[in-house]
Design a binder for this molecule. Structure first.
Ligand code: SAM
Length: 322
């Protein structure tokens, strides 16, 4: 059996018998005014963070969600645009599509503003999306792409890139791991399907996105996720897994490389009112400016004693330099 078939079986099972501990997240289940999340959707929350960020969702964006799970994030997305077929939901597992369809009917009862036809559920594969080119404003996936091996990941990201409009956003949450994982873990199809042994270091994850052509990357959050310990998993050392929330924006690739925001800021504290690097970055005195890693490197290379550059906080929510 291939790892994709194992993944299919794991999620067929998780659709038929909800598993509260699967792909757990420390995120509280947030609700908005007038938004009620059915209990079954909460039990079927198989994500590892949130892909729903209000700032991405102004002006009724056309949305795509790949790997629907119990449908919780699709309901949250629908809250923002409330239009027939405003959110396309795609999953390769029939039983998961069926379960989410039922959950949306429960959501209609709890949420008078919601109609199931706000969500257009389609059977499809992340590697071959049944969606037109350049048709989506905001695409999302939560805790699916980490399962994919390198070639499949490349294909899945290329598909998201294809369907997004220019300047459209791919918003994601996935586990990441900075430690080396041994081959036994890497090749364990079930652990991979459970989002435990496929994760990449953040730099490799970001490179997969910029290699596909995304010109701007935002790392919005980085959180503790799981431990693989030698008593319970085939590893001789403790492995610490985190999860990140990332947006990849289909901006043109700048000539000098992608803008990757990891939560750094620059603060000018010199004698003048501001510092202008003549490359589009003006630092007002004593006011932090969020900067991408490329700008951080360029400012650091000036070796000035009146500009402070912070470490990456891995928390970025806009307002940056580029
Ligand atoms: C870890 S779950 C995450 C579910 C949901 N995103 C959430 O946050 O609760 C992975 C989801 O991806 C679906 N899936 C697995 N392989 C897929 C593929 N190749 N293409 C599309 N969906 C897939 C599964 O059926 C499941 O719904």
């Amino acid at each position: 059996m291939s790892y994709l078939e194992t993944t299919h079986n794991v999620y067929k099972e998780a659709a038929l018998t909800p598993d509260v501990g699967l792909c757990c997240t420390t995120n509280p289940i947030w609700e908005l005014p007038g938004l009620k999340i059915p209990k079954i959707m909460q039990e079927m929350n198989y994500g590892c963070g949130s892909t729903v960020h209000a700032r991405d969702l102004t002006n009724n964006p056309k949305m795509l969600y790949v790997g629907v799970g119990g449908g919780m994030e699709l309901l949250q997305f629908a809250y923002f645009n409330r239009q027939k077929s405003g959110v396309i939901g795609i999953d390769v597992v029939d039983e998961m599509l069926e379960a989410s369809r039922k959950n949306f009917i429960e959501a209609e009862v709890l949420n008078p503003w919601f109609k199931s036809d706000f969500i257009d559920l389609k059977k499809g594969d992340a590697m071959n999306l049944p969606v037109e080119d350049n048709s989506i404003d905001v695409a999302a996936q939560n805790c699916l792409f980490n399962i994919f091996k390198a070639d499949d990941l490349k294909q899945a990201i290329a598909e998201m890139y294809r369907v997004l409009k220019p300047h459209g956003k791919l918003v994601m949450s996935d586990p990441t791991c900075e430690q080396e994982m041994n081959d036994t873990l890497r090749n364990d199809e079930r652990l991979r399907a459970l989002c435990l042994s496929g994760s990449l270091p953040i730099a490799d994850y970001v490179k997969a996105l910029t290699d596909a052509g995304f010109g701007t990357i935002e790392i919005r959050a980085r959180k503790p996720y799981r431990i693989l310990d030698p008593k319970h998993y085939p590893t001789s050392e403790l492995i610490y897994i985190e999860s990140i929330e990332v947006a990849a924006i289909k901006d043109p690739m700048p000539n000098d490389g992608p803008c990757i925001f990891t939560g750094k800021a620059a603060i000018y504290y010199g004698e003048n009112d501001y510092f202008d690097d003549k490359k589009g970055h003006v630092l007002l005195k004593n006011q932090p400016l969020a900067i991408c890693d490329k700008t951080a490197g360029a400012l650091a290379s000036l070796n000035r004693d009146d500009i402070f550059i912070s470490e990456s906080t891995y928390h970025y929510d806009g307002g940056g330099c580029c």
